[in-house]
Design a protein around this ligand. Structure first.
Ligand SMILES: Cc1ncc(COP(=O)(O)O)c(C=O)c1O
Length: 458
C-alpha cells in the first residue's frame, strides 16, 4: 500500500510542478462556491479510488501555489528540494522529539543546529534552544521565560501584580496575543515609538519603562524585531540592550522574518548586538526557505528553558539524561521533527550556501527597488536594508490592486500600511526568484492596470 501511494504521490507532485509553471497563480474559488466546486465531502463509505485521485488532483490545481515565482504574498515562498526532502523523510520516520528513546539520532540533529546557531550569534557556553511550532510560539516561550525569571513563583501562583511588556509599534501581533494568553493582559503591552524607518526608539522605550515603574508596574520583557512584518525594519539592539540592562529586563529578539541575516557576512551588521540579547528566535521557513514550519528559539542560559518548560513525567522520561530528552525544554509534549529539513538543507549547501540564499534575497530586493526608483509612476516607501519592497503604482489603492490581481489569477502579492500610507508589500524571499521574474511582476502590474483595471473602471 505504501509503495502504491508513493507512486501516486509522485504522480501528484508531477502535476503540482507542472501547474506551478503553467498556472502559477491558481484561479481562486469564491468561498461561497467552494463546497460546490470541489468534492471535499466525507462519507460513511470509502471513496472509489478513481474519485479519491480525481479529488486530490482538483484540490492540488486549486490550491495557491506558494512555490511559484508569482507568489510574493507572505514572508515565505519557493521550494528548496533538499529541505523538502528532509521534511518528507521526517514524515516517513514519524518520530516525536521529546525523548532520545523515541527520536534517537534526530535529537543529535536538532542539537547540532541549535548549538551552531548559538555559537554563530555569540551566545556563551550555557546557551541552548529548542524548536517551537512557529514564530508566535517562539515569542511566547521567550515571554514565559522572562516572566519566570522576574517572578519565579509566577509558575505556581500565577501573576499577582501587573507586569508590563515593551515592543515597537511595528512589531508582530503575536506579542499582544501572547500577553493575553499568558494572563499578562493586552492592556499591559506598551507600544514603543519608531523612527521614520520603522525602527524602535530606545529613548521612548526608556521613558515608558520609567513611567510604568513610577506607577508601580513591574516591567519585565522587551521584544525587539529583526525584520518587522511590514517594512522589514531592524531594531537597534545595542541601544535597546543598554536600557534593558539598566532596568534588568529580558531582551528577546524576534527574528522570525529576517533573523536569517546571521548567516550573511554582508548583512549580519543589521543585528549588531545580538549577543547582548537573552533570547533570539528565527523562522527557517522564512528566510532560509525550508518548508513550514521550522521555528527556532535559543537562549543565553538554558536553565531558563528547564525552569519554565520542564515537568516530571515518569511515564515519558524513562531513559537517558535530560540533555537528550528534549521534551524537558519544549513547549509541546509530542513534537514533530522540524529539525531534519533544516539539517538536510544545511548539510547539502553548507553555511556558505545559507549565506548565498540570504544574500540573493537582498539582491532581488535591490533590483526591485532600482526598477521602482527609475519609474516615475511608482512610489517607494521602504528602506534599502529590507527585503520587503513597499511601493504604490500610479497611486492606485494597494488593497484594490492586490485583490484584483489575485481574483484574476495574475499575481499573489499583499499590501501593508505604515503610519498613513498603504502600499503593496513585495517580499523577495522566494529563493527561486530571478531578475526576469521581478521584471515580469512589474510588467504584469502595469499591463493589468492598463488593460483590465482601468478599462473596468471606465
Ligand atoms: C516579525 C514576526 N514575528 C513573528 C511572526 C510569527 O511567525 P509564525 O507565523 O511562524 O507564528 C511573524 C510572521 O510573519 C513575523 O513577521
Amino acid at each position: 500500500m505504501m509503495r502504491d501511494d508513493l507512486k501516486l504521490f509522485n504522480d501528484l507532485v508531477e502535476l503540482l510542478l507542472t501547474e506551478e509553471t503553467q498556472q502559477p497563480v491558481a484561479q481562486p474559488i469564491d468561498t461561497n462556491d467552494l463546497y460546490s466546486t470541489l468534492d471535499l465531502s466525507l462519507g460513511d463509505h470509502p471513496a472509489l479510488d478513481s474519485e479519491f485521485k480525481a479529488s486530490l488532483r482538483d484540490i492540488i490545481k486549486s490550491t495557491p501555489k506558494t512555490a511559484s515565482t508569482a507568489f510574493f504574498n507572505q514572508l515565505f515562498g519557493g521550494r528548496i528540494s533538499r529541505a523538502t526532502l528532509g521534511d518528507l523523510l521526517a514524515v516517513m520516520l514519524n518520530n516525536s522529539m521529546y525523548t532520545y528513546k523515541v527520536a534517537g539520532p534526530q535529537v543529535g540533529i536538532e542539537k547540532t543546529i541549535l548549538h551552531n546557531i548559538c555559537d554563530r550569534i555569540g551566545y556563551g557556553e550555557h546557551s541552548d534552544g529548542t524548536f517551537a511550532p512557529g514564530g508566535s510560539m517562539s515569542n511566547f516561550m521567550a515571554m514565559v521565560m522572562a516572566r519566570d525569571r522576574r517572578v519565579p513563583n509566577a509558575r505556581n501562583e500565577g501573576i499577582l501584580a501587573p507586569m508590563t511588556i515593551y515592543t515597537s509599534e511595528e512589531s508582530h501581533y503575536s506579542i499582544q496575543k501572547n500577553a493575553a494568553l499568558m494572563g499578562i493582559g493586552r492592556d499591559y503591552v506598551r507600544f514603543v515609538k519608531t523612527n521614520d524607518a520603522g525602527e524602535m526608539l530606545a529613548s521612548d522605550l526608556e521613558e515608558q519603562i520609567k513611567k510604568d515603574l513610577n506607577q508601580g508596574y513591574l516591567p519585565f520583557f522587551v521584544n525587539a524585531t529583526a525584520g518587522t512584518t511590514v517594512l522589514g525594519a531592524f531594531d537597534p539592539l545595542e541601544s535597546i540592550s543598554k536600557v534593558c540592562k539598566t532596568y534588568d529586563l529580558w531582551l528577546h529578539l524576534d527574528g522570525a522574518y529576517c533573523g536569517g541575516v546571521i548567516f550573511s557576512r554582508r548583512y549580519c551588521y543589521l543585528v549588531r548586538g545580538i549577543e547582548l540579547t537573552d533570547s533570539f528566535s528565527i523562522n527557517a521557513h522564512k528566510m532560509l526557505g525550508t518548508p513550514l514550519s521550522c521555528s527556532i528559539i535559543v537562549v543565553q542560559d538554558k536553565k531558563h528553558l528547564y525552569e519554565s518548560f520542564s515537568n516530571d513525567a515518569d511515564y515519558l522520561y524513562q531513559t537517558d539524561g535530560d540533555d537528550f530528552n528534549l521534551g524537558k525544554t519544549s513547549i509541546q509534549c509530542g513534537r514533530r521533527n522540524d529539525a531534519l529539513k533544516l539539517w538536510t538543507l544545511w548539510k547539502s549547501v553548507g553555511t556558505l550556501g545559507l549565506e548565498a540564499i540570504v544574500d540573493h534575497q537582498f539582491q532581488m530586493a535591490e533590483l526591485a527597488r532600482a526598477y521602482i526608483k527609475q519609474h516615475p509612476d511608482y512610489t517607494l516607501y521602504s528602506e534599502d536594508t529590507s527585503i520587503s519592497v513597499c511601493f504604490n503604482y500610479k497611486h492606485i489603492p494597494a488593497k484594490l490592486l492586490c485583490t484584483e490581481l489575485y481574483k484574476h489569477a495574475e499575481l499573489m502579492v499583499g499590501f501593508g500600511t505604515f503610519r498613513n500610507d498603504e502600499f503593496i508589500r513585495l517580499v523577495t524571499i522566494n529563493t527561486l526568484l530571478k531578475e526576469a521574474d521581478l521584471m515580469k511582476l512589474f510588467q504584469t502590474i502595469e499591463s493589468f492596470v492598463e488593460n483590465t483595471l482601468l478599462i473596468n473602471k471606465t
